[in-house]
Design a protein around this ligand. Structure first.
Ligand SMILES: C[S@@+](CC[C@H](N)C(=O)[O-])C[C@H]1O[C@@H](n2cnc3c(N)ncnc32)[C@H](O)[C@@H]1O
Length: 415
């Protein structure tokens, strides 16, 4: 039995999520219990105040330390050895791994902040801080429900079939494979043959492959960290999932050596996005600070991603889903760094002779061996590589069109 204690100024918010389905049944089976504690019961004034204005000025109110610490201390007194968790956007990311860790506990105290957050000094009275994602909620209550739900379903006996939680997304560090049920054909879309074959080995291997592919495409960050067999990771998949591309429209030189901005073209977006999709490159950035050009690019993307084009050509929709628009190269670098947890190594192409050049083969080896993400920068016009702050890897590519595909050659083992 895992006992949850939730400290909140809105205990009534928990009635509905706890009163249905799996969480309701888990309580009925005695596998979990949830006690909500009204923080206002620990306020000492007659208005039951739990917040006050911030020192130093600024927006909103801050949760006072006295009632919160009194509630935490009281919970600790009433329980044996609880783990006290503060829900906070600054906390460690709550993942399946964290859920599995918390599911081993006997007693969990969850503290829900509100307003601008809690007085910093309260953090000395908790065991850890958890965030459920990179966004800001109005209060910790929805986050507490997320934690309770994710943890509870990992407690043996909660789900009817124990295998369910072992096979779900994130259980093995990957996204789960796609599911199908009857009918066999729905609006022209058929269930994959293999699932109808009755061959369990084939089904297992198809599901594994789907899971790997999906994770590689949608969540390269997870794919990169997942504990995979060497052959599963495969040189192509491992390298491609860490290679992003960017097409730079500014700053570039015109023929007179002036720094200019080049136009975004429909053909570039389509060609590069499709090649990226084909070779498992997860992101292709179009970089221009010009808002009118960004608007044009967005129009193209939304036609294929949400508009008529998305129904007309599903594969094109998938290809264009890799495209991201950014104002500057710095924004791209930050985005890649955020995704992979480290700065990308820049790769640029140059038709000019001289200096140290890296061959396609060398680049491919670097991609396979390194844990770092790589950002392949394609220029438009004459790109101002000299303006780059980071030292790039330089690849020779004499022809502008060909440079588009030079990285494909990396995978195909050509020098
Ligand atoms: C409006 S938020 C405070 C946000 C705070 N001013 C900041 O910018 O970090 C109020 C409360 O919601 C909860 N909260 C908001 N986002 C959360 C998240 N991503 N994960 C967990 N709790 C969150 C926390 O308990 C927080 O104290």
């Amino acid at each position: 039995m895992l006992q949850f204690t939730v400290i909140t100024i809105f205990p009534e918010m928990f009635a509905s999520p706890l009163g249905h389905s799996i969480l309701k049944k888990a309580q009925e089976k005695g596998l979990i219990s949830v006690r909500t504690v009204d923080l206002r019961d620990y306020a000492t004034d007659r208005h039951r105040t739990t917040d006050d204005s911030p020192y130093g000025g600024g927006q909103g109110m801050v949760m006072k330390p006295e009632p919160l610490v009194a509630a935490i201390e009281d919970a600790r007194k009433k329980l044996d050895n609880p783990r006290v968790v503060l829900l906070a956007p600054q906390g460690r990311l709550f993942t399946q791994e964290q859920a599995a860790r918390l599911a081993q506990e006997k007693e969990l105290v969850l503290i829900c902040g509100r307003y601008e957050g809690i007085d910093e000094r309260v953090k000395g009275f908790v065991d850890e801080e958890l965030s459920i994602g990179d966004y800001t909620l109005s209060g910790g209550e929805p986050a507490a429900v997320v934690v309770i739900d994710a943890v509870t379903r990992l407690i043996p006996g909660v789900l009817g079939n124990e295998k369910s939680s072992q096979e779900e997304s994130f259980a093995d560090g990957l996204l789960e494979y796609p599911h199908y049920t009857r009918p066999e054909e729905f609006r022209g879309m058929k269930v994959p043959e293999v699932l109808l074959s009755g061959d369990h080995d084939k089904v297992r291997s198809w599901r594994r492959q789907m899971s790997l592919e999906l994770t590689r495409r949608r969540r390269p960050d997870l794919f990169h960290k997942a504990p995979l067999a060497a052959e599963e990771r495969g040189s192509l998949a491992a390298g491609a999932s860490r290679l992003c591309m960017a097409l730079l429209h500014y700053p570039v030189y015109d023929k007179n050596g002036q720094v200019v901005t080049t136009a975004v073209t429909n053909m570039d977006i389509h060609d590069i996005a499709r090649s990226a999709r084909t070779y498992g490159v997860p992101r292709f950035y179009v970089v221009t600070p010009v808002k009118a050009l960004q608007k044009l690019a967005l129009k193209i993307l939304s036609h294929w991603e949400q508009g008529y084009g998305s129904e007309y050509n599903q594969t094109r929709k998938e290809a264009l889903a890799v495209v991201r628009l950014k104002d500057t190269l710095d924004d791209v670098m930050l985005d890649v760094e955020r995704e992979y947890g480290s700065k990308p190594k820049l790769v640029v192409t140059s038709a000019r002779p001289g200096g140290k050049r890296t061959s396609f083969l060398e680049l491919r080896d670097m991609l396979i061996k390194s844990d770092q993400p790589f950002l392949l920068l394609l220029g438009t016009a004459t790109t101002c590589w000299s303006r780059l702050t980071a030292e790039p890897i330089i690849i020779t590519s004499p022809c502008a069109r060909r440079r588009l595909f030079f990285w494909i050659a990396c995978w195909e083992n050509k020098t």
